[in-house]
Ligand binder design. Sequence first.
Ligand code: FAD
Ligand code: FES
Length: 259
Amino acid sequence: MKKQMADWLVKENISLNNSYFLLKLTLHKQLPEILPGQFVQVKIEHSPTTFLRRPISVHFVDRKAGELWLLIQQVGDGTRQLATIEAGEKLNLIYPLGNSFTLPADKNTSLLLIGGGVGVAPLLYLGAYLKERGYNKPAFLLGARTENDLLQLEEFSKYGEVHITTENGQAGEKGFVTNHSVLQNKKFDFIYSCGPKPMMMAVAKFAKEHTVSCEVSLENTMACGIGACLCCVEKTKKGNTCVCMEGPVFNINELTWPI
Ligand SMILES: Cc1cc2nc3c(=O)[nH]c(=O)nc-3n(C[C@H](O)[C@H](O)[C@H](O)COP(=O)(O)OP(=O)(O)OC[C@H]3O[C@@H](n4cnc5c(N)ncnc54)[C@H](O)[C@@H]3O)c2cc1C
Ligand code: FES
């Protein structure tokens, strides 16, 4: 898939709370093919400390409205600057980058999409993409530290049933995603996951122990996003691998995680 660079128009910048915001962007031409799991590299203007582009997952593609959505947590100078962008301004992106989640051959496969924190971002588009292609409705298992960190629940519920955990018990079941009762009560054939690495490792361990197929989307620190700087390397069974080019999505059997 050809990479492109273009200025996108900010249609809306919706503040979800103090930490998270949702950007809805449009393009002056037809949207290219974008697959679930892919990401974009965002150029940050007016931030003297942010020279490199920032990688952000494709949260949703609304083809009818011609929109690309990005769900972003403010963690440092780059994302804080991005939070101030206003409707009508331009945002320069390189897109679409990376590989994508694998869709199972059998549309009746029982699917579980597990996200943690802002790592839920790529799972909304994956859920919508599966629905559009006639797959069984997936279940979402979304975990966060507090209720404030639970994101886009209404959007997720359009594509499948939503299960929740919070670490402090403010919403859903108390604890981590891997403690949620749905994992004991239901049998899943395929798990997709994105979130903090310890969470994905725990999910991968669960999947391995229960012989469930599992793909994880890694968020290794990136600089160029196009395979030139090698700063995103992950050690895999094939050797050192650029997450920006051969990932961010990996089958857990490809990884050398101690699970
Ligand atoms: C493929 C990919 C997809 C991503 N998708 C999203 C997304 O959809 N939404 C979103 O909010 N963020 C996403 N991220 C993380 C996002 O890129 C970083 O939060 C962002 O680059 C931080 O930039 P900053 O200038 O605000 O903070 P910086 O000043 O660069 O960093 C601030 C703090 O955040 C930490 N940090 C920076 N990058 C990462 C990272 N990749 N993972 C964990 N901690 C990090 C730094 O160590 C530091 O402690 C993604 C990362 C990757 C690699
Ligand atoms: S971010 Fe530069 S090689 Fe992956």
